[in-house]
Design a protein. Structure first.
Length: 175
């Protein structure tokens, strides 16, 4: 099955890496300032035919998807912590630290063009929090934002080809 893409023939510049949003459970997550790269690695399986002693052949093996890290400034928004607590919750009591019911989530990472139009999106499947940093090192001599982060293990991602490249808008000057 062939996939066709709508192409904006007027766009020359690549998209910037600072216009994006992250969504899960049907809503955008506030304040996400950094998303690590989406990376997939496929193992190489080498094999050799018995009658060909000098040449190895290569074919694809298992694919694995690297964890994704999301960072944002510390606020009162509990979304990161609530999700992390589904994997392990201190107050849940012995033998009930993990909730297997809904600790996995699908999420969407959207990339926008300079005009604020969604240009592409990626769907991440069956992600769960393997690491949660509630607050960073605190330093009274620093001049920085307090950043919290979650590390998401996932079972794969794919580009959402239903999101097509938008036509660049034309802005007119006020009269």
């Amino acid at each position: 099955m062939a996939t066709t893409f709508a192409v904006n023939t007027h766009r020359f510049d690549p998209y910037k890496n600072f216009k994006f949003r992250v969504k899960w459970d049907g809503h955008y997550i506030a304040g996400v300032s950094k998303v690590s790269s989406l990376k997939r690695t496929t193992e190489v399986v080498e094999h050799r035919e018995g009658g060909d002693p000098s040449t190895s052949r290569k074919s694809p093996g298992r694919s694995k998807y690297e964890a994704i890290t999301l960072e944002r400034g510390v606020t009162h928004d509990p979304d990161f912590e609530k999700w992390a607590n589904k994997v392990w919750n201190f107050d849940s009591g012995l033998g009930a630290e993990v909730s297997l019911k809904d600790f996995r989530k699908d999420l969407i990472i959207e990339v926008y063009n300079e005009a604020g139009q969604i240009a592409m999106a990626y769907k991440v499947y069956r992600a769960w929090v393997s690491e949660f940093q509630a607050i960073p090192d605190l330093d009274a001599n620093a001049n920085a934002i307090a950043i919290q982060s979650i590390k998401l293990e996932n079972e794969g991602w794919e580009r959402d080809y239903d999101v097509v490249e938008p036509a660049e808008p034309t802005f007119t000057e006020p009269a």
